[in-house]
Ligand binder design. Structure first.
Ligand code: G1P
Length: 290
């Protein structure tokens, strides 16, 4: 049973300065909830109720978001705002949130390694905060099921245009056991396009065996001088295959400004309470501009 999720949230968020000078990028609101809340909700939907934030100094507000805030609850209570009280309290009850500090930003592999003590030798999921997977699709559930079926490490894959492969971990694959599944024989972190084994890239979802930790401990700095999770997976792939599952759900990449704007529009349009009014306004606005 996979029950633990590790969320690396120690990054500086430099692409969103000055917004991220005093506010962690994970707390920037997509519609009305912080980006990181979508990720924790995804964990909870998939049955992962133990969430470890790998955080850094200056990012304590992320932990506060998932904690009780008694002053706020009392103030809302006094005003008779019972729905809001319930919503605020639910954030503290949705999962058991833990945190550990990364200390130094030495790479994604190093961030995941900080989870070793908390996770032990259990299998666990890693979710990167920049990708919001469409809430209506049980994709993480599928990855966990594939891990439980095979015992192998499982990563999410997606095709991108060739000119983007240098931004990602890239997989060398052959067909897998089920539709949309691959066996990965090799992974390369951010290769130049001419060295990329394919245009199938690793998206920010992993289900990993606890045996990744000793491998990470022995992984030297790689691309960019950082300890790369991809390099540790490549070491694992030399011994046993890694399963890749093609992400078949809409994915919103909030890692840059344009992606963040698109995610905001798409997730607002999908909302029961806002979608119709928002789309009607958007149509009129676009008509006026064209
Ligand atoms: C990280 C991983 C990379 C992966 C990507 C997905 O890179 O190192 O292998 O493809 O996330 O978003 P980053 O985006 O942190 O540079």
């Amino acid at each position: 049973m996979v029950s633990k999720a590790v969320l690396p949230v120690a990054g500086l968020g430099t692409r969103f300065l000055p917004a991220t000078k005093a506010v962690p990028k994970e707390l920037l609101a997509v519609v009305d909830r912080p980006a990181i809340q979508y990720i924790v909700e995804e964990c909870v939907r998939a049955g992962l109720d133990d969430v470890l934030l790998v955080t850094a100094s200056g990012k304590g507000a992320i932990e506060d978001h998932f904690d009780r805030m008694l002053d706020l609850e009392q103030a809302l209570e006094a005003k008779g705002k019972h729905d809001e009280v319930a919503e605020v309290r639910a954030l503290a009850e949705m999962a058991r949130i833990h945190s550990v500090r990364q200390g130094e930003a030495l790479g994604l592999g190093h961030a995941v390694l900080q989870a070793a003590e908390h996770v032990g030798d259990e299998s666990f999921a890693v979710l990167l905060g920049d990708d919001i997977v469409d809430p209506a699709t049980p994709f993480l559930e599928r990855m966990i099921a594939a891990h439980e079926r095979t015992g192998l490490a499982v990563v999410a894959l997606m095709e991108v245009p060739e000119d983007q492969v240098h931004l990602y971990g890239v997989a060398d694959v052959s067909p897998g056991e089920e539709d949309g599944e691959y066996r990965i024989s090799r992974l390369v972190e951010k290769p130049p396009v001419e060295e990329a084994p394919s245009n199938l890239i690793v998206v920010g979802r992993y289900v990993l065996p606890g045996s990744i930790f000793p491998v990470l401990r022995d992984t030297p700095p790689g691309r960019g001088g950082e300890i790369q999770l991809t390099d540790a997976l490549q070491t694992l792939a030399a011994e046993e295959p890694i399963v890749g599952i093609r992400l078949d759900a809409p994915r919103h990449d909030t890692g840059d400004k344009l992606g963040f704007l698109k995610a905001t529009v798409e997730l607002a349009a999908a909302r029961d309470d806002l979608g119709d009014d928002f789309v009607a306004w958007l149509r009129t606005w676009l008509d006026v501009r064209s």
